[in-house]
Design a binder for this molecule. Structure first.
Ligand code: CA
Length: 240
């Protein structure tokens, strides 16, 4: 648990599916330098398993892959409820350009022809995330009188500074990304501790309790709603 706490699991997650190792490493290096959490895999069938376990925020998907082709993966992503709108950038080799239309027709959001410039791909990743999931890359989240600054790690309620531990900070970060949305304990565990962590779901309740205590002093209304049997939501109108 402590090693997971050191990493920023709330950073946008990018999956690179590419069988050219040098290219995959180069992309991972550049994405990590921009603050993304990166996972890499080289085979299409391995990518399918990873995507079923827990979808990232964006996929960079090579066209020609061992196992299952990129185009088939994309088609399957679009057919599944949980990944229908998952941002996908397809990589195609020179000579496969005619296939671009096919790539877009199975639902890729963007495509890049190899060889491409890394800064250009980085720009496309940012643009696509900004369009598809602006809350994942925002520098600052706010709802009601509560404000969270991701760059300075400061949280304020009105004029007051709120002091949070790292776990409570990430919990609030995830809740504030979608005010009003109900997150299950499993979703919060995944977002805050990472999906590989083996942590009891009741741990979430403990940290939500601490978050509540830090957010609501005196007569300040409690902005976190408990939905019995479901989970938690940030709701700035709750308790008023
Ligand atoms: Ca390939």
């Amino acid at each position: 648990m402590s090693s997971r706490e050191a990493t920023n699991t709330n950073a946008p997650r990018v999956l690179i599916v590419e069988d050219e190792e040098a290219l995959s490493l180069l992309l991972a290096y550049n994405l990590e330098a921009e603050g993304y959490v990166v996972e890499r895999c080289e085979r299409g069938d391995d990518a399918e398993l990873l995507l079923l376990e827990g979808p990232p925020d964006l996929v960079i998907l090579d066209w020609m892959l061992p196992g299952v082709s990129g185009i088939e993966i994309c088609r399957r992503l679009r057919a599944r409820e949980g990944t229908r709108t998952l941002p996908v950038i397809m990589l195609t080799a020179r000579g496969e350009e005619d296939e671009r239309v096919r790539g877009l027709s199975v639902g890729a959001d963007d495509y890049v022809v190899k060889p491409f410039s890394v800064p250009e791909l980085m720009a496309r990743v940012r643009a696509l995330l900004r369009r598809a999931a602006p809350e994942r890359i925002a520098g600052r989240l706010a709802a009601g009188d509560i404000e969270l600054d991701r760059e300075t790690h400061r949280v304020r309620r009105g004029a007051r500074d709120v002091h949070l531990g790292p776990t409570e900070f990430r919990l609030l970060d995830r809740l504030l990304e979608k005010p009003g949305r109900v997150f299950t304990r499993a979703q919060l565990l995944d977002a805050v501790w990472g999906n590989t962590a083996e942590i009891d779901e009741r741990t979430v309740d403990v940290h939500v309790g601490r978050l509540r205590k830090a957010l609501s002093h005196g007569r300040e209304p409690d902005p976190i709603r408990t939905i019995r049997g479901a989970g938690y939501a940030f709701d700035e109108t709750f308790g008023r």
